[in-house]
Design a protein around this ligand. Structure first.
Ligand code: OGA
Ligand code: MN
Length: 219
């Protein structure tokens, strides 16, 4: 049997089984330290390194609708490729999760896209849903926090709302090693202003929406 000693206690057992049962029961899960410390530390070193070289301002919407809107979000992002060697272990873990989710929950997940995100001091992301309007290819959101020594006064909480967009379900501090997973179309959420730099690795499992020659997701 796998047990969580508390909702945010140290993880013990088969994380995939725990994720599947929580998604089935309530559509989301918050896990603490499901990845080995060495892996989290190397992701942290890599995100800081990448931040200096390759981050750009995040936009909203897809393709033609893509636009920068500093009133909605102020984070800076860097998309990751599954051939990037510094995140291989992370991608492998997500691929195993994808297979288990498809086998046990029949989610039909086709692939996984993810980016590093940096919220500089004062940055936020207003309440939103991750599945783009008129487009339902994002089915499951994952967020891994990479902030050693995060303090309550640092702000930057993820607030998750029920489907009504008003009832608060969870307020999550972006503490090192916390992994949040939720059904992308079910939970409006926002990031409150961060008082210090805030780092995360955010990703989405997608279904394949291709019809005929119209490739979606685009290559
Ligand atoms: C997002 C997002 C939440 C977080 O990137 O879509 O909602 O806590 N991120 O970083
Ligand atoms: Mn989001």
């Amino acid at each position: 049997m796998n047990t969580l000693t508390s909702p945010l206690g140290p993880f013990d057992g088969d994380p995939y089984a725990q994720i599947i049962s929580s998604l089935r029961e309530r559509g989301y899960i918050i896990l603490n330290h499901v990845f080995p410390t060495a892996m989290l530390e190397s992701l942290f070193i890599d995100i800081k390194q990448t931040d200096r070289e390759a981050f750009h301002d995040a936009g909203i919407g897809r393709e033609q609708e893509h636009q920068l809107n500093p009133f909605v979000r102020r984070d800076r992002i860097h998309w990751l490729s599954n051939t990037y060697e510094n995140t291989t272990e992370y991608f492998n873990w997500m691929e195993q999760l994808r297979i288990r989710l498809n086998r046990e929950l029949y989610l039909g997940l086709f692939d996984y896209e993810c980016h590093y995100a940096h919220y500089p001091q004062g940055a936020f992301y207003k309440k939103h849903l991750d599945a783009f309007q008129g487009n339902t290819i994002r089915r499951l959101t994952t967020i891994l926090y990479l902030n050693p020594a995060w303090q309550p006064q640092d702000g930057g909480e993820l607030v998750m709302y029920a489907h009504d967009g008003e009832t608060i379900l969870e307020t999550v501090q972006p503490t090192f090693g916390i992994l949040v997973i939720f059904l992308s179309e079910e939970f409006p959420h926002e990031v409150l202003p961060a008082n210090v730099s805030r780092y995360s690795l955010t990703g989405w499992f997608r279904i394949n929406n291709s019809t005929g020659l119209n490739l979606d997701p685009p290559e």
